[in-house]
Write a protein that binds this ligand. Structure first.
Ligand code: SF4
Length: 739
């Protein structure tokens, strides 16, 4: 075997189709499934329903999996689970498309060189796991635990986290922190003293006035939030959307304000200016429960609506109108912190500004405002054995990176940089398609994969990353396995949910729980995991007075709704240094950062280029669903389009439906062309495209060559120096007409 340091470069290996599910005996799929997502074929006998939770995004809604004759026939929303309420988004209902994807990885694969040519060969699980265990062990022995890192996305990772904690590997990163939820989490910590969660702590359904900055609610389809927004609209709530693009949510709004991209903080400062200068903020709340008001006013005093109008392109009178309406509806009004909001390298301050606007409305723990949901109090069983005493280092260099999240100890771009520098020598990649993940762009990810001594991918599909690693371990889908209990999240009605298999693992795939156990056994660390995954779950549930048998019936245990609102005069006792809401953050100041948010200009597009904005389609969760035929077959989800303003299209002689390639400011040209959508729904200084398309892995036979890859066009990233999030919207593109 020639895997290791003597192999200077990994050739990208196209996994032979004989190693994929299509070549294995695909089970007969009941008639009707392929023709209609979730439509139930008539006359199925012996249908049973298995309650579990979805894996198509981190919302993790409860699902009811309909099984007949050993096949999944449809997936519907669990009526028992508080996050689904009997309903799912299209992606959740389309989960069978992943289960019966003919491109699924079917066997463990090991890279080898034969006759000078690198290729994968089919391996037994014992062979593949032995290689993984030995390689990781040797790197650990030679360089220490800091030379190994894990990147992960997906709920099944908990077993691998435990596996690595046994040998002191603590470089664990989830790219979703860097590019999505990190700034909201840390802005909440710095302002309120606790991290924000999923679902975010907003009392949406009781709100009367909701403000959104560029967030794509309705397109991301976060089930519960969409249900609550619909309910709030039904009750008469008003929506305000600041967005350069007329989004789905803007279509529901009282005011759509097409703000110039990269100027949000100026707008937020102007809204604060109006609230304070017109004395329409919640003065009693601010005086009793906040600190830093004087510093805040000093920072926004000069940001008049007229000044903000010059920066943001929004008329001063519109800014005043929105601020006054917001104050009028307060405290049942909020500004939402959004998701996937890491754009320009200043996301922490941007979301801090949002929280400050919320505090000025006095909406903390008020109906229709900001609330703190509760978690289900599930006791943790005592450790079954002595844990090795490895020193836990804080690995991230960013001062406001979380220090208390074992699943995220370092930013994923730091891992990529350390791998390129040779400090990380082994990468264990769980469910992350690294070349197409928005961290430092495609090229940096490939450089990291080339540089390390050893790499492993645990995945369901032959995503691009699987072509660059040394060992590929095929995990079964979330419909074929148990995972850990889901009780990490807080909601109105605290819950703990079960993931359980609806059908047996197909092909030679295995659940993560078993893969992790096999590796630790090879290390001679027996007893790390419970004798069976079922026994481990049962033990945890018994501590809460329940059992695996009981939770299996509905897939969830739910507590009564908790009291979300504060009483008049009650102290907040927040875990900030002051115990109050921090309008000015002494911690940020001590760290050398602005205590209050301040607008700073971002780069402008070169002549003839346009800022590249990105988002999502309701049918797709970026790469996770890209190859799902059931979803991709829907007309709006087949490929991505680039939205181009009508005037811009005219000046570049582009017509609607034409295919062009995109070229970024660094000269990178998209590998595949993308369809032009000429529209008035976007400003002239920006274009918009959905992330997750343009796959170049031919083994993803559905997703291959559909649309352009957004990730490929990221050449510039702006890292938030306070907390390590990655901003990537300072990239600009122009159009290359195909000959
Ligand atoms: Fe699944 Fe949709 Fe719920 Fe996400 S929002 S967990 S994709 S059903």
């Amino acid at each position: 075997m020639t895997i290791g340091r003597n192999m200077t470069r990994r050739d990208f290996i196209r996994i032979s189709s004989i190693f994929l599910a299509g070549a294995a005996a695909m089970p007969a799929i009941p008639a009707g499934i392929l023709s209609g997502m979730g439509s139930r074929p008539a006359g199925l006998a012996d249908e049973k329903i298995v309650y579990s939770f979805c894996e198509h995004c981190f919302w993790r809604c409860g699902i009811a999996v309909h099984v007949s004759d050993g096949k999944v026939t449809k997936i519907t929303g669990s009526e028992h689970h508080p996050l689904s309420n009997g309903r799912l988004c299209p992606r959740g209902a389309g989960g069978t498309g992943l289960l019966y994807d003919p491109d699924r990885l079917a066997y463990p694969l090991v890279r080898e060189t034969r006759g000078g040519k690198q290729q994968y060969r089919k391996a037994t699980w014992d062979e593949a796991v032995t290689i993984v265990a030995e390689k990781l062990y040797r790197i650990h022995e030679q360089y220490g635990p800091g030379a190994i890192a894990m990147l992960h996305h997906g709920y099944g990772v908990s077993f691998f986290k435990k596996m690595f904690s046994e040998i002191g590997v603590n470089k664990i990163a989830k790219p979703s922190y860097d590019l999505c939820c990190g700034p909201a989490r840390q802005a909440s910590v710095l302002t309120y003293g606790y991290p924000s969660d999923t679902p975010e702590g907003f009392d949406i359904m009781n709100s009367r006035y909701m403000m959104f900055f560029g967030t794509h609610f309705g397109e991301n389809m976060h089930n519960t939030a969409v249900q609550e927004i619909s309910e709030a609209i039904r009750r008469g709530a008003k929506i305000v959307v600041f967005d350069p693009r007329y989004s789905t949510l803007a279509g529901k709004a009282e005011h759509w304000l097409p703000i110039k991209p990269a100027t949000d903080i100026a707008m937020m400062q102007a809204l604060m200016h109006v609230l304070i200068s017109e004395n329409i903020y919640d003065k009693p709340f601010v005086e009793q429960h906040t600190v830093g008001f004087g510093e805040l006013w000093d920072s926004v005093r000069e940001m008049t609506p007229e000044k903000a109008s010059e920066i943001t392109d929004i008329p001063a009178e519109a800014i005043r109108t929105v601020a006054r309406e917001y104050a009028f509806h307060a405290p049942a009004a909020f500004v939402h912190s959004g998701r996937r909001t890491n754009w320009y390298g200043d996301a922490l301050q941007r979301i801090r500004a949002i929280h400050i606007l919320n505090a000025l409305a006095g909406n903390f723990k008020m109906p229709g405002g900001v609330v703190a949901f509760q978690k289900f109090p599930l006791p943790q069983p005592p450790a079954a054995h002595e844990h090795p005493a490895y020193e836990k280092e804080a690995y991230s260099k960013y001062p406001f990176f979380p220090q208390d999240e074992p699943s995220n100890t370092i930013a994923s771009h730091e891992i990529i940089q350390q791998a390129i520098a040779g400090d990380i020598r082994a990468l264990f990649i769980y469910g992350v398609n690294l070349p197409e993940t928005m961290t430092l762009g495609r090229q940096a990810a490939l450089d990291a994969l080339q540089k390390v001594d050893f790499s492993v991918a645990v995945d369901v599909l032959p995503a691009e990353v699987t072509g660059y690693v040394d060992v590929v371990l095929p995990e079964c889908t979330y419909l074929e396995r148990y995972d850990d209990l889901d009780n990490g999240r807080a909601f109105r009605t605290p819950f703990v949910a079960l993931r359980q298999p609806a059908v047996k693992p197909m092909f030679d795939s295995k659940p993560g729980s078993e893969i992790a156990r096999m590796i630790t056994d090879k290390w001679g660390l027996h007893g790390v995991f419970a004798p069976t995954v079922e026994a481990g779950l049962d033990k945890k549930l018994k501590l809460a007075g329940s059992s695996l048998e009981e939770i299996k019936k509905k897939g969830v245990l739910v507590m009564p709704a908790t009291d979300l609102y504060r009483k008049s005069g009650e102290p907040l006792n927040l875990k900030t240094p002051s115990g109050k809401v921090e309008l000015a953050s002494a911690q940020l100041k001590a760290g050398g950062f602005d205590a209050v948010p301040r607008y700073t200009p971002h780069p402008e597009a070169p002549e003839g280029y346009y800022r590249m904005l990105t988002g999502r389609k309701p049918m797709l969760t970026f790469g996770r669903t890209a190859n799902n035929r059931f979803l991709g077959d829907l007309a709006t989800a087949k490929e991505n389009e680039v939205w181009v303003n009508t005037g811009v299209a005219f000046s570049h002689s582009l017509s609607d439906g034409e295919y062009v390639k995109l070229k970024n400011q660094a000269g990178v040209v998209s590998e595949f062309p993308v369809k032009v959508k000429v529209t008035e729904r976007i400003r002239r200084d920006a274009v918009y495209m959905v992330h997750g398309f343009g796959h170049n892995s031919k083994q993803l036979t559905w997703a291959y060559k559909k649309g352009a890859s957004h990730n490929q066009l990221i050449s510039r990233t702006d890292i938030d120096q306070a907390m390590g999030a990655v901003g990537f919207q300072n990239n600009f593109v122009t159009f290359v007409k195909e000959a």
